[in-house]
Design a protein around this ligand. Structure first.
Ligand code: 2AM
Length: 169
């Protein structure tokens, strides 16, 4: 089972991210992430056996994530996979959150990626162009209280994401 830990945006924010994905697509082309799949990855866990997935779900259900607010106000780009994303200040509370989850995962014997974390929400993959200055300014605040353990399954050309467990609030 391919698993990751993520923050999942509430519906109104997801729609707003979807609008930004449309805007990015109009400028950069590539493969737009469907609204249902828009998220922030906190830890990519890779392939895990079913029993490990159950243990992870138990662990996360008993774990509290420090609630926080994240301001997204900039376009970003990872050149190699052609990823266009939105994000914010590189030094946010999310970095501490990612590091503490990574450490807790290590304690229960699970390695996760990435080691160096740039908080971002991927909007496009395999973009033909990087985001340029013609993209509009924006600012969105994301108040988060919990993280999800998400199952990723291939469907057609893309992936289906299904939350399996949530952290305690
Ligand atoms: P990203 O798109 O937000 O950058 C589910 O597959 C999520 O896990 C993806 O959205 C991707 O995050 C992240 N991911 C996939 N493969 C990964 C890898 N090898 N290392 C780190 N993160 C990965």
């Amino acid at each position: 089972m391919r698993l990751f830990l993520a923050l999942v945006p509430p519906p109104a924010l997801r729609r707003r991210f979807g609008e930004l994905a449309d805007t990015a697509y109009a400028h950069c082309s590539g493969k737009r992430v469907p609204d249902d799949n828009l998220h922030l990855t906190l830890a990519f866990l890779g392939e895990q056996p079913e029993r490990q997935a159950e243990e992870l779900a138990d662990w996360l259900s008993g774990t509290r994530v420090a609630p926080g607010q994240w301001r997204l106000d900039r376009w970003g780009h990872f050149a190699r996979p052609g990823i266009v994303w939105i994000g914010g200040e590189p030094e946010s509370d999310l970095v501490q959150l990612q590091q503490s989850l990574r450490a807790e995962l290590e304690d229960i014997g699970i390695a996760s990626q990435p080691r160096r974390f740039t908080p971002h929400v991927t909007l496009l993959r395999r973009a033909e162009q990087p985001p340029g200055p013609s993209l509009p300014d924006f600012a969105e605040d994301w108040s988060y209280t919990r993280a999800a353990l998400v199952l990723s399954e291939p469907i057609g050309q893309g992936s289906r994401y299904t939350p399996l467990a949530w952290s305690r609030v």
